[in-house]
Design a binder for this molecule. Structure first.
Ligand SMILES: [Fe+2]
Ligand SMILES: [Fe+2]
Length: 455
């Protein structure tokens, strides 16, 4: 950004100096010609005065002699072949010509214009002259010589007049170009020296803020202000990185603790379930399978992953209330009396009462399942005779999978049915004992349920 500005300033000042030098050289050259013109006029005046003092001004021989003397003096003023002094009469005809390249030099005609291209329509105006003379581009100073009734031009070939100026300008141009190149290189390296460390530092900051990668450090190139800044930045990032590592370790420890707590809770839930199952002569495997079957059915129903986990961990508690049923009823061989059955059915309420006041989400879910897993879709279940969707969905799910797994399990008091027989039984209970939509899902994905009970 800074380089174009510097170059512009150098180029502008160079161009101004370039123009000023041309102007100055031209002025000097002009003065040089004007000085010769003055010399010539003074000489003519003194010659003419001498003639008039003697009263010989009317004698043409003295007049011609004075003009011849002026021509000689004019010739002595010339310093280069490109200079020329020309005199015109009042009609614009050349009456004297001294110097100038080409053609005949040193002419003097007595009042008659001769020579190719040496006649003008009228003599040039006094003052600065610039124009065509003898077919050449010339510049010069013109003055009137009243005594001879001449107009005299002290001239120089335009090309030669500007030669010095142009030579100096060419040198000047060379110096200007060299200055531009050296300033560019200097600025390039100096700016690079100053800016590069800042760019690297900002790159590092950008990298860290966009990627959160705290392992990156700024490069410290020099022990200047930027280097001090980069050092400070690096120290700050090191401190941040240490803190981040400690935070990550704390988070890892917290995560492990949480997972351990969940594991312990799950273990406790299974142990609780076992306590009831021991009394009912059921097995721990039944409880695990109930969890897996209930989780599968919940997944097929499209509930969230969290709810699936919840039902897997809580469903083993469905018969926890059997702890409160006396052994003579729970373990009785043969049919129960109606009073005994009523007492037996109370395991749902006992289980609910046991778990309902807990703050654990698993135990609260278990309480609901314990209470409702013997309700039937047609409203003929117990303990509340709830019907259809009034029965909580977790109760409806466990009702189905409990029957399926119990039928396919061998118990001391009964043989196991085949999964197909249990499947048939479930289909028979569609819309009666079981939620029809759950039965449909079970039927549709029966192979997956069968794989679980066959493990
Ligand atoms: Fe039960
Ligand atoms: Fe069961």
């Amino acid at each position: 950004m800074i380089i174009p500005h510097v170059l512009l300033v150098v180029a502008l000042s160079g161009a101004l100096a370039f123009l000023a030098s041309r102007e100055a050289i031209t002025r000097v050259a002009t003065r040089h010609l004007a000085y010769k013109a003055e010399q010539l006029r003074d000489f003519a005046h003194s010659e003419w005065e001498a003639i008039t003092d003697l009263g010989l001004e009317e004698d043409p021989r003295f007049r011609i002699a004075a003009q011849e003397s002026l021509r000689s003096y004019a010739a002595s003023l010339l310093r280069s072949p490109s200079e020329a002094i020309v005199a015109f009469d009042t009609r614009g005809d050349t009456v004297m010509r001294v110097g100038g390249t080409g053609e005949s030099d040193d002419e003097l005609r007595d009042g008659n214009a001769t020579g190719g291209g040496s006649s003008l329509d009228q003599p040039p105006e006094s003052g600065w002259f610039s124009g065509d003379l003898f077919g050449q581009s010339r510049v010069g100073v013109v003055f009137d010589l009243e005594s001879f009734e001449w107009t005299v031009a002290v001239t120089e070939l335009q090309e030669a007049f500007f030669t010095d100026a142009e030579r100096i300008q060419r040198t000047h141009l060379g110096i200007l170009l060299a200055a531009i190149v050296s300033v560019t290189l200097f600025v390039w390296f100096y700016v690079g020296y100053l800016i590069r460390p800042i760019e690297r530092l900002t790159d590092t900051i950008r990298h860290i803020t966009t990627t959160n990668d705290l392992s990156r450090r700024a490069t410290v190139e020099f022990r200047d202000e930027v280097g001090v800044l980069a050092n400070g930045f690096n120290r700050m990032i090191t401190r941040l990185e240490r803190k981040q590592v400690r935070l990550q370790e704390a988070m890892e420890a917290e995560k492990t603790a949480r997972e351990t707590a969940i594991e312990r809770e799950e273990e406790t839930l299974l142990l609780l379930g076992h306590a009831a199952e021991f009394r009912d002569r059921e097995t721990g495997e039944h409880l695990k399978r109930i969890g897996l079957l209930a989780e599968l059915l919940a997944e097929l129903l499209g509930v969230s992953r969290e709810k699936q986990e919840l039902i897997r961990r809580s469903s083993p508690l469905h018969d926890i209330g059997k702890i409160g049923i006396p052994d003579n009823i729970l373990l009785k061989q043969g049919p129960l009396t109606s009073t005994e059955r009523e007492q037996m059915e109370r395991h749902t309420v006992v289980g609910y009462d046991l778990l309902k006041d807990s703050r654990s989400q698993y135990l609260m879910e278990g309480a609901e399942i314990a209470l409702t897993h013997h309700e039937r879709w047609d409203g003929t279940g117990y303990p509340s005779g709830l019907k259809g969707t009034d029965i909580p969905v977790n109760g409806r799910i466990v009702a189905l999978v409990d029957v399926f797994d119990a039928m396919t399990s061998e118990r001391p008091y009964k043989c196991a049915s085949s999964p197909e027989e249990a499947h048939e039984e479930i289909l028979k209970g569609r819309g009666k004992q079981f939620d029809p939509s759950l039965v449909d899902l079970f039927h549709e994905h029966y192979p997956a349920f069968r794989r679980i009970v066959e493990r």
